[in-house]
Write a protein that binds this ligand. Structure first.
Ligand SMILES: [Zn+2]
Length: 426
């Protein structure tokens, strides 16, 4: 993956420190560089690390707590009560460690997150060695880490100051949505983002109810309202965008807003089908997100999201030519990087970019024979085919084994928390 979507057979990547210094055939790279360490993978694909543009990492500890429900029942009867009783800084720390393990083992190197106690998300991401655009949640009601939106804004500013300039973390304000925030707080979140030069993260037009309510109460779509309030006047990542209309798409394009498309979540919660093809045709950056993993999607596997993104556009339109595999691989890598505001640094294998890369095994029954690598990635390969992962040139996974986190410890803690959460609901 590079600007020209070049495919290199028998290829190699040279890394010095945190950055890529050469990409070419193995013979070219061997003649230009003397490697202190080398990793030979004769039966693998080397590609940029995957970018998850929307997730709630620490919700891994609520995985599968309540499935097959309507969004409002799921939120009101299970998620909000479970969060009110259980979400502490320690919960977020262990939940994010679990999520980072899962993400890195399935090829994700960067994730965009929205949750509470986001400083603990940052701590876990840094331990794991992963890159994160991490949004501290702002809500108009009491949340696990803030009694009021004013407190949430203060906590967000503290978090931004703590992590601004970090080599792996981009801190950000994340007002949850228009229906969970007052206008003044949405404006304040934008001001905060602009003051510190960071992006703003928000859910936009996820459900038909959200759109219908906005039209009824405010007389305009969620996107139009955000535009009127000036919330889109700066780098913004909009999650979902399922119910965007043509006018909304024009607004997003005009403001350079990126959209995080979450096919698993949109299917599982029956939210609808995002107009991905229209967004791309209009020049709006689109990346892929897992959302979840409690209820809206129960895992963080971006290889699966690639497959679903491609298939969802086809079945919804009756046109199998839409969103072809090559375009989907771009969404999961370079376009995801664009949505995350990091395209100058990551998302492709090019000299000068950060060495965020993965290798994918091509020696399993479902990987042979190989006619088209993009098709193989999107329609055949799995998250479990990821063999090696590096971020900033640092190896995080080698031979399918995590190097930075202790899986036995993290999973035993997760089970402990699972028992505690289950007990708290009775
Ligand atoms: Zn979400």
């Amino acid at each position: 993956m590079d600007a020209r979507h070049r495919l290199i057979h028998d290829g190699a990547v040279a890394v010095r420190g945190e950055r890529i210094v050469g990409v070419g055939t193995r013979a070219e790279i061997d003649s230009r560089f003397q490697a202190a360490h080398r990793l030979d993978r004769p039966n693998a694909l080397i590609m940029p690390g995957l970018v998850n543009t929307h997730a709630h990492a620490a919700m891994s500890l609520l995985r599968g707590i309540a499935d097959d429900m309507k969004l409002q029942d799921w939120l009101q009867k299970f998620i909000f009560p479970a969060e009110a009783k259980n979400v502490t800084p320690d919960f977020v720390l262990w939940g994010t460690r679990l999520a980072c393990l899962e993400m890195m083992l399935s090829g994700t190197t960067t994730f965009v997150d929205m949750y509470y106690f986001e400083d603990r998300v940052a701590q876990a991401a840094k331990e794991a060695g992963m890159r994160g655009v991490l949004g501290e949640t702002i809500l108009k009601f009491k949340s696990p880490d803030s009694a009021t939106p004013h407190d949430a804004l203060e906590l967000t500013e503290k978090f931004i100051k703590q992590y601004k300039g970090d080599p792996l973390i981009v801190p950000a304000p994340a007002p949850h949505a228009i229906y969970t925030n007052d206008d003044a707080d949405l404006r304040a979140a934008r001001k905060l983002a602009d003051h510190y030069g960071v992006p703003l993260l928000i859910h936009v037009s996820e459900t038909k109810t959200e759109n219908d309510d906005a039209l009824r109460v405010r007389g305009m779509t969620p996107t139009r309202l955000l535009d009127v309030l000036g919330v889109l006047d700066g780098p913004t990542i909009a999650a979902h965008g399922v119910w965007l209309d043509d006018g909304d798409i024009k607004i997003l394009k005009a403001h350079g807003v990126g959209v995080a498309h979450c096919p698993s979540s949109n299917m599982k919660l029956a939210s609808g089908v995002a107009p991905v093809v229209k967004l791309l045709a209009a020049g709006v950056p689109v990346g892929l997100g897992t959302d979840g993993p409690a209820g809206s999607n129960n895992d963080f596997d971006l290889m699966e999201e690639m497959n679903l993104a491609a298939n969802l556009q086809k079945v919804a339109s009756g046109d199998p030519t839409l969103l072809p595999a090559e375009q989907v691989v771009a969404l999961a890598t370079i376009e995801g990087a664009r949505v995350a505001g990091l395209v100058k640094e990551i998302g492709s294998l090019e000299p000068g970019k950060r060495a965020d890369l993965i290798t994918v095994r091509l020696d399993r029954p479902h990987a042979v024979p190989l006619y088209n690598i993009y098709s193989q990635v999107v329609y055949a390969l799995k998250g479990s085919d990821i063999e090696d992962v590096a971020v900033n040139g640092r190896p995080l996974v080698r031979d399918g084994k995590p190097l930075t986190l202790d899986p036995a410890l993290v999973m035993s803690k997760a089970k402990e928390y699972g028992a505690k959460v289950a007990g708290s609901l009775h």
